[in-house]
Write a protein that binds this ligand. Sequence first.
Ligand code: SF4
Length: 216
Amino acid sequence: MSKSSPDADTVVSMLHELYPHANCALVHGSAHELLFATIMSAQTTDVNVNRVTESLFKKYSTIEAFADADPEVFSEEIRSTGFFRNKTKSVLGAANMLMEEFDGVVPQTMEELIRLPGVARKTANVVLGTFFGIPSGFVVDTHVKRLAFRFGFTRETDPVKVEKDLMNAFSREEWIFLGHAIILHGRAVCNARNPACDRCPLIGACQQNGVAASSA
Ligand code: SF4
């Protein structure tokens, strides 16, 4: 870390204080439910996905049931999550590959997960971290990307490079927690348009505030 890097330890301990129970907001009861919910969460809110999956997971209760789903019917069922045709292809494609190549079991490695249709590192990290407790990397969504930049942990915009910077900045045992906690802080305080720096407990550890203060 460079001299001007923010204090990672302070950020970690403050986030633990602020969000001690930070966890994934997508409702799921199995690895494949979390996998499919995460695929469906692209470009929409977790609340919206939960609304859809409440009945969806009852109707399609196994990976096999997803693999056998009628794409036309399925795409109507998930229409309200947006980009429903692509998401249908990804979810049903992933279910089929799980049945055909993984014995109907969600794999527990990054290399295997990112082979599934519609699954990149972010989705794989959610499943590995949240469900299996494996810190394989950092979940980099729009909130994590924005806050990593504002805190000063990265100058990158490409999610894979942002993830690498975060993995270098924080110890491995914090990666899963931080992914969840940073998202919560992004939603509650440090939102995209109007970060509430004046009421942000992390103000002392955040470079964005330093830049704003020195240029004021
Ligand atoms: S001080 Fe402002 S920019 Fe920094 S984390 Fe808090 S709200 Fe976000």
